[in-house]
Design a protein around this ligand. Structure first.
Ligand code: CTP
Ligand code: MG
Length: 248
């Protein structure tokens, strides 16, 4: 471990309290199986795979904390990684705040990682951690867009919508998680930024509102979010490819 890393103790907060409405009916999204293992367990392992991460805080569905605790007990994590489970809230923003409230005093760096991004490679996690430890108070992994993006005047669902503008794609990035923060910066944002209707879906956006510069590092295509049914097909395919490559 470098001197720089030694001054930091890093925790990963995993918001996993969403229902997964866009994925369709069934158990909460984080508990849906991927390759026979709950998505949440993949996400926890992805964070624990980073040597920098000493604590994982899982924010469980509000009434599902005991079940999630059992699940974590059943699936071994590396010896060096502790974990905690807390019940989540109505919005992602609230769930993240409940996770932050549970952090022990000695944690200096916080990663926030969607349970719905179960396949993020450890190199991406490490790149975010390194950038925070290197002095950036807020860091997000992101990729250039492949689709052209149009700004529209929204209409009722299904109705044609007039285009207002076409932003220059070269200036845009699609943001992933884990997002990494100096703890005080993220806690400050959660204490200051007023909650809108659905809450912020992106912690870095809250930090931006306080005037702090958020830095982007290169993300990874396997850090995609499982949102709709087709994403599950892709996730299964990625897992199958990994298993084939690992010689399972
Ligand atoms: N999340 C959370 N608490 C909430 C809502 C969301 O912890 N009240 C978490 C989800 O569990 C997920 C992450 O935030 O890991 C990203 O949210 P999203 O992909 O939107 O998941 P859901 O909200 O579950 O899905 P949907 O919006 O389709 O219902
Ligand atoms: Mg959601």
């Amino acid at each position: 471990m470098s001197d720089e890393a030694r001054q930091h103790r890093t925790a990963a907060v995993i918001p996993a309290a969403g229902r997964g409405v866009r994925l369709g009916p069934g158990v909460p999204k984080a508990l849906r199986a991927l390759g026979g293992t709950p998505m949440l367990i993949h996400a926890v392992r992805a964070m624990a795979a980073s040597r920098a991460v000493s604590l994982v805080v899982v924010v469980a569905p509000p009434d599902g904390a005991p079940g999630v605790k059992n699940l974590l007990n059943e699936h071994a994590l590396p010896e060096r990684t502790d974990y905690l489970v807390v019940p989540g809230g109505e919005t992602r923003q609230e769930s993240v705040r409940l996770g932050l409230d549970a952090l022990p005093d000695d944690i200096t760096t916080v990663l926030v990682h969607d349970a719905a991004r179960p396949l993020v490679p450890v190199d991406t996690v490490d790149a975010v951690v390194e950038a925070v430890h290197g002095g950036s108070p807020a860091v997000v992994p992101a990729l250039p867009l492949t689709d052209t993006v149009k700004q529209v005047e929204p209409r009722q669902k299904g109705e044609p919508e007039p285009v207002v503008a076409t932003p220059d794609r070269a200036l845009l990035r699609a943001v992933q998680t884990p997002q990494g923060f100096d703890r005080a910066t993220l806690v400050g944002a959660h204490e200051t930024v007023v909650r809108g209707g659905d809450g912020a879906t992106d912690c870095a956006g809250m930090v931006e509102q306080l005037g702090t510069t958020v830095m982007v590092v290169t993300g990874h295509e396997e850090a995609f979010k499982v949102t709709r049914p087709l994403d599950l097909v892709l996730a299964e395919a990625v897992l199958a490819r990994r298993r084939a490559n690992d010689g399972f």
